[in-house]
Design a protein around this ligand. Structure first.
Ligand code: ZN
Length: 325
């Protein structure tokens, strides 16, 4: 009996902390990359569609890399409220101007997601120019991750997990619990077509500012709801991926979602559109190379080994450097 009690305590601890280890949740990241493929023009679709599994599976590689490399963490978020008040005019949007005002150390400490996406776009464009199939796929999967993270309100706030307002767990609630509950049923993915982005830096900054503006709502609405909702019904043991876990109850989650005016669903759609449009923009800027010749792209043994190492480190390890939670 005593042994059972001990185990159930361990289990509850694990259940409470596990979902918070992810950004946008693994499920949502995989869905975003997957659905982005269907927004592409036929010349790109011919290559990307064959790689749907790879693109969705590897959408989470950047989160896994946080277990290997300390520099990885800041690429996933920006604590933009560290730079004054909305719309944070004192923070230059260009990297070199921002470094001149705040120093590289400070910028890295508070997160660099809008700038990192530009680096990734540059690399993806170069991979298209070189017609390097494996590199195009790896970079496409990974830029999709960072773009999606930039759409999450709590990735643009220093109160990323409600730690400053007694709302611990809200990070995983918004970006894992709600998508896992609703994405398959409530949200549709008929979003239109990928479009060329004239100014990718400005595009991402707009999305980051939207995220920052929404972060207040995400926190405030949950704060108020938790005060009006019966406290013994806020959490429940319910099924997650076939396992019974203690999590925000279905009723509480649905009420929260309704009070947010379906914001997570909208943000997920916007992420899908943005990911497809960045892929498309890189391809256009590279001169629209013919991708039909890359259809049979295979990864080398060295690539496969890298993927395995990444996976193993994630399974065994601890997050290195600053976490987005
Ligand atoms: Zn992330």
């Amino acid at each position: 009996m005593r042994r059972m009690k001990k185990w159930s305590l361990v289990l509850v601890f694990w259940l409470i902390y596990l979902p918070e280890a992810y950004c946008w949740g693994f499920f949502a990241h995989q869905q975003i990359n997957y659905h982005a493929v269907f927004l592409l023009p036929p010349e790109m679709m011919v290559f990307y569609k064959k790689q749907l599994l790879f693109l969705s599976e590897h959408a989470v590689d950047p989160d896994k890399r946080r277990y290997m490399v300390a520099e990885e963490g800041p690429r996933h978020f920006i604590d933009i409220d560290r730079y004054g008040k909305f719309p944070y005019k004192s923070l230059p949007r260009e990297w070199k101007d921002a470094v001149a005002v705040y120093s590289e150390d400070t910028l890295r400490q508070h997160g660099i997601v809008p700038w990192w996406i530009q680096t990734m776009l540059f690399r993806l464009t170069a991979a298209f120019k070189a017609k390097d199939g494996p590199r195009i796929l790896k970079l496409s999967a990974e830029i999709g991750h960072y773009i999606a993270d930039a759409h999450v309100p709590l990735h643009a706030s220093s109160n990323h997990n409600g730690q400053l307002t007694g709302q611990h767990g809200i990070h995983g609630f918004w970006e894992s619990r709600l998508p896992e509950m609703l994405a398959g049923k409530e949200w549709d993915y008929f979003i239109g077509k990928a479009e060329y982005i004239d100014n990718p830096l400005q595009f991402i900054w707009n999305r980051v500012l939207e995220s920052a503006a929404a972060a207040d709502t995400v926190l405030k609405v949950e704060y108020q709801l938790s005060r009006s909702f019966p406290s013994d019904q806020k959490y429940a043991f319910e099924e997650r991926n076939g396992v019974l876990v203690r999590q925000y109850s279905t009723n509480y989650s649905l009420r929260y979602y309704e009070q947010l005016n379906q914001m997570p669903g909208r943000r997920m759609q916007q992420s899908i559109y943005a990911v497809a449009s960045f892929w498309y923009t890189a391809w256009v800027n590279a001169g629209q190379p013919d991708l039909k010749t890359l259809i049979n792209t295979q990864f080398t043994e060295a690539d496969q080994k890298d993927f395995e190492t990444l996976d193993q480190q994630w399974k065994d390890g601890k997050i290195k450097g600053k976490d987005c939670n």
